[in-house]
Design a protein around this ligand. Structure first.
Ligand code: ACO
Length: 376
């Protein structure tokens, strides 16, 4: 038998690589992108500015930001072959399955003359610009909405809102979405970013790395948690039922979605910001039902389990109030995390070493092989 080896299950606390992109202080509840505190970025910045920061490691000048915004708008449209493929997908498909398949297929159909280098910043921008259009192309067909218009005057987040809702978002909704996109743009070596970096570390291309990331984000312990939070709110329905629903779930050893985090030991700073946006968007609609339920849920879960909210607790309430269907929450997450995923993949290419950990083997090593014909 091999010597027993110490295993860090889930790679918890394993430092896998160096990165300049994102720092999480899990004890202080701080999140930093390239040196800038998420609270400053959420208060003052835009998704496009944050994407520039993540890709280039520095804030843009006004001229550089204008160039990037123009470039992202120019890269929004999809090759006709990909539109046809998305239009052929079953209408009851999971939008995350559509997104994963479409990103993978996009690599096949990029027109030769504009095809970005497979490991280039052009590829990062192309994928970032294309994700909202892919999501909208599928959603608008199933929702029987008219064909998408280019809308070059709309930002990344506002364009996605227009594309899903088929109306211009209010300034408050557009800003709420932009802030949500800033908050979701990166988060160090979360599972989907790690998956992207593992793929890139084999010198595979950006489209393959992002396909890996989307498949990883889909799981309910990662990007899918906010959809489950909304199911929980529907189940609770009123503040006086929160206590009993939580108690029943904990007694059944079920997890309460939107709580707990591998790195944060205090409140996730993104939850703090989104709590405020959940209140603002609710107040504008004179509907604080979700907000009140979530506040009570926080109180009970903290008292019973000592757990703090994560980013997924409040995001779903903001999206729901704006009118976004629940099964588009995780695709929206992808449409913002694409900035961080691609930044990490580009960083991986510049400091490349094949990511290949080791397993502690726990099986036998000296079994005697018997030919198949002789086995009962
Ligand atoms: N509800 C109830 N109990 C929980 C929760 C929760 N949300 N989170 C952790 N715990 C408990 C576990 O049951 C476990 O208890 P035990 O030791 O008695 O078995 C203990 O806390 C430790 O849990 P782990 O799963 O080992 O902790 P880990 O660091 O792996 O968990 C995770 C992090 C997966 C996010 C977890 O907190 C969870 O499942 N939360 C709910 C899902 C969720 O909200 N995911 C979104 C995360 S943010 C993001 O990905 C964008």
């Amino acid at each position: 038998m091999p010597e027993p080896m110490e295993v860090q299950k889930g790679l918890q606390d394993v430092v896998a690589l160096q990165s300049r992109i994102c720092f999480i202080d899990g004890l202080q509840g701080r999140l930093i992108y390239d040196g800038y505190d998420i609270r400053d970025l959420a208060a003052n910045s835009t998704f496009e500015e944050v994407a520039y920061l993540l890709w280039y490691g520095t804030l843009p000048t006004p001229a550089r930001l204008d160039d990037l915004c123009r470039q992202l708008v120019a890269l929004r449209s999809l090759p006709p072959e990909l539109v046809a493929l998305i239009d052929a997908m079953p209408l009851d498909s999971s939008p995350m399955d559509v997104l994963r398949t479409a990103v993978s297929a996009l690599a096949l159909f990029e027109p030769g003359e504009t095809k970005p280098g497979p490991t280039s910043i052009g590829g990062a921008q192309r994928l970032t610009a294309a994700l909202p259009t892919i999501i909208a192309q599928f959603h608008r067909r199933r929702a029987k909405l008219p064909p998408l218009r280019p809308r070059p005057e709309l930002s990344h987040a506002a364009y996605l809102l227009y594309a899903i809702l088929d109306r211009d978002p209010s300034p408050l909704d557009a800003r709420a979405m932009d802030v949500a996109f800033i908050l979701h743009a990166d988060h160090e070596l979360n599972a989907s970013t790690f998956a992207a970096r593992v793929t890139a570390s084999t010198l595979s291309d950006l489209y393959s790395a992002i396909t890996s990331a989307i498949g990883t984000l889909k799981g309910p312990l990662h990007g899918g948690a906010n959809e489950r939070v909304m199911e929980l709110l529907d189940e609770m329905a009123s503040v006086d039922r929160v206590e009993s629903v939580v108690q029943a779930k904990l007694a059944a050893h079920e997890r309460i979605m939107g709580f707990g985090h591998r790195v944060y030991k205090v409140e996730d700073p993104r939850a703090t910001i989104l709590r405020e946006w959940s209140r603002r968007v609710g107040e504008e609609r004179k509907n604080l039902t979700y907000y009140d339920l979530l506040r009570k849920l926080e109180e009970v879960v903290h008292r019973e389990k000592g757990l703090y909210p994560n980013v997924d607790l409040y995001s779903g309430s903001v999206y729901s109030l704006i009118g976004i269907p629940h099964d588009l929450f995780t695709p929206l997450f992808a449409a913002s995390r694409i900035a961080g995923w691609t930044a990490h993949v580009l960083e991986e290419y510049t400091d490349l070493r094949l990511i290949r950990p080791t397993a502690a083997y726990v099986g036998p090593t000296d079994l005697k092989y018997s030919p198949i014909a002789g086995r009962a």
